[in-house]
Design a protein around this ligand. Structure first.
Ligand code: AMP
Ligand code: MN
Ligand code: MN
Ligand code: MN
Length: 284
């Protein structure tokens, strides 16, 4: 399969912190010319059957997907899994455990916000939640925009939901090793999501890629809605350096919030192995 295939292998539905249903996402992806699509909800595969059915009725190639939250060197790192068997017990159990604790974390976030005068944020965020097991910072951000505290979600993250800010609660997610093993044990490929978003030193980033490879990780997102054009080039180089396949995905969440539309990113830089080449047997 070619480098130029319009693959969009990263987006979110109402099953995590997106605002569209799996069906609406599939329709939107198809409308934008996507040929191979994956829904990658955070820590959750509850939308995949609907996503598969919708992709098939739209005539798009489809891969199973999820984006797993991991803690590595005190930071949150996201690992995208593609092409796994969604019925795999270890994977399902691992994701269930990773989701656990989100509700408690959300109540602590609301306590933090209450201390700076923002009342009832837990109840407010819940109004935006499509899946009670998957309350995320994004849902708090939507509530704070709706209630007029901030103009847009980006501003909420900057002022309230990132480290050192009143609504931020440190959290321990899955181990890198476990997330990779859940994915590969279910026959899928583990991919480091949007590496430019992390605030690692060069040494720490080297450790991330080295450990990721060592545990059986095979891919890295190079062309993503979270990277600048310069970062496409930087991580194309990293992919080659570590012998990783390259992925492409918008990370689309919502028509109102996402700056990158489904299926509209540039193609992968030349000289990289696209993840879909290695996953061709897993495409449905
Ligand atoms: P959580 O898994 O609850 O920590 O929420 C993480 C989610 O918040 C990410 O997947 C993004 O969708 C969203 N997010 C993180 N940082 C920002 C930001 N600066 N602006 C808007 N959304 C963000
Ligand atoms: Mn998200
Ligand atoms: Mn992510
Ligand atoms: Mn994402």
């Amino acid at each position: 399969m070619t480098q130029l295939l319009n693959a969009d292998l990263h987006c979110h539905s109402v099953v995590s912190d997106g605002t569209l249903t799996p069906e609406a996402l599939a329709e939107r992806a198809k409308g934008n010319g996507v040929e191979l699509w994956a829904l990658t909800d955070h820590d959750e595969i509850g939308g995949l059957q609907r996503a598969r059915d919708a992709a098939k009725s739209q005539g798009m190639g489809y891969l199973t997907g999820a984006e797993i939250s991991v803690t590595f060197l005190h930071q949150t790192v996201h690992v995208v899994g593609l092409g796994f068997d969604a019925d795999n017990t270890d994977l399902r159990e691992g994701l269930r455990r990773t989701r656990g604790g989100r509700q408690e974390r959300a109540m602590e976030m609301a306590d933090g916000l209450a201390k700076v005068g923002i009342k009832d944020a837990y109840e407010g965020a819940l109004k935006f939640v499509g899946n009670p097991e998957l309350i995320s910072r994004t849902h708090f951000a939507r509530f704070l925009v709706e209630s007029g505290v901030c103009k847009e979600t980006n501003e909420v993250f900057r002022k309230y939901l990132t480290e050192g800010k009143p609504g931020y609660v440190p959290h321990r997610w899955a181990l890198l090793k476990d997330a990779i093993h859940w994915i590969t044990g279910a026959g899928g490929m583990a991919i480091i999501a949007h590496p430019a978003r992390y605030k690692f030193t060069p040494n720490e980033e080297f450790a991330l890629f080295t450990e990721f490879k060592g545990h059986g990780g095979q891919g890295v997102e190079v062309v993503t809605g979270s990277h600048s054009v310069a970062e496409f080039g930087i991580y194309a180089h990293t992919a080659k350096e570590f012998g990783l396949a390259a992925s492409r995905g918008s990370d689309f969440h919502s028509p109102d919030e996402s700056h990158t539309e489904l299926g509209t990113l540039p193609p992968l830089p030349a000289g990289l192995t696209p993840v879909w080449e290695l996953l061709s047997a897993r495409i449905q």
